[in-house]
Design a protein around this ligand. Structure first.
Ligand SMILES: [Fe+2]
Ligand SMILES: [Fe+2]
Length: 240
């Protein structure tokens, strides 16, 4: 598939992990703002769309076809992958980043008031993500798995209490927006995760970890918003 500046960023992100990395590195939002054209998304990120296109073109020549494709895996494989890769990571990262924040604030908080700001933002994103993942794991994902089993003729399906999968999906997408927004605020408060000149090893580790947390969030939300959710809607429509 060849891209133009009118191609939607989510289509570019879906094409392969390296394309996603190019967008990520350039600061172009492809998860919550995935419906935008490359032109508009680059405008928001204040980067040159032509340059990004050039990088994507070069990358496409290098990419081989076996890049992990979640667009064709089964839905239950995908929900399991999201749980095992992203949900587990988030659950482990929250307490460890929080412990680092406490340590760095105690040492540098007086000179670097931004640490307290980040601590508050991170506490909020942590609380939100824990509740969010619980809803996905207890309600949405099991329902999606049931729909798929029914399609394969291995079970039946009753209309769910939420009527259609579109309803919880809409709620989850709103929560993704909120998490994305908090992560952006953390990025801004940390000056794009740039440790100050007097930063100790813990301070540097904290910003590294926060950067990784945002990167994982982007991949996680991308897989749900742009791959799992549309496929779940399509599967439900076929059977309900
Ligand atoms: Fe999730
Ligand atoms: Fe989610």
């Amino acid at each position: 598939m060849s891209f133009t500046t009118e191609t939607k960023v989510k289509e570019i992100a879906l094409s392969n992990p390296q394309a996603r990395q190019i967008l990520e590195d350039a600061g172009v939002d492809y998860c919550c703002g995935g419906g935008k054209s490359l032109h508009d998304a680059c405008l928001s990120a204040e980067v040159s769309a032509a340059e990004i296109l050039e990088r994507l073109k070069k990358n496409r020549q290098e990419v081989n076809a076996d890049a992990a494709s979640w667009t064709s895996a089964s839905l239950s494989e995908l929900t399991l992958h999201i749980r095992e890769k992203h949900h587990q990571y988030v659950r482990a990262a929250i307490p460890s980043i929080q412990a680092l924040l406490v340590k760095v604030k105690a040492k540098h908080g007086a000179v670097h008031p931004e640490v307290a700001v980040i601590e508050e933002l991170f506490a909020k994103i942590g609380r939100e993500m824990i509740m969010h993942m619980q809803k996905e794991e207890q309600i949405l994902f099991p329902y999606i798995d049931t729909v798929e089993r029914a399609i394969k003729g291995k079970g039946s399906i009753e209309p769910p209490f939420f009527q259609t999968v579109r309803n919880p999906i809409q709620a989850m997408m709103r929560e993704h927006d909120s998490a994305g927004d908090l992560a952006r605020q953390i990025r801004t408060a940390s000056g794009d995760y740039t440790p100050p000149a007097d930063a100790c090893a813990s301070f540097k580790a904290l910003y590294e970890d926060l950067k990784r947390f945002e990167l994982d969030l982007h991949e996680h939300v991308h897989l749900e918003n742009n791959v799992l959710f549309p496929r779940a809607v399509e599967a439900e429509t076929a059977i309900l």
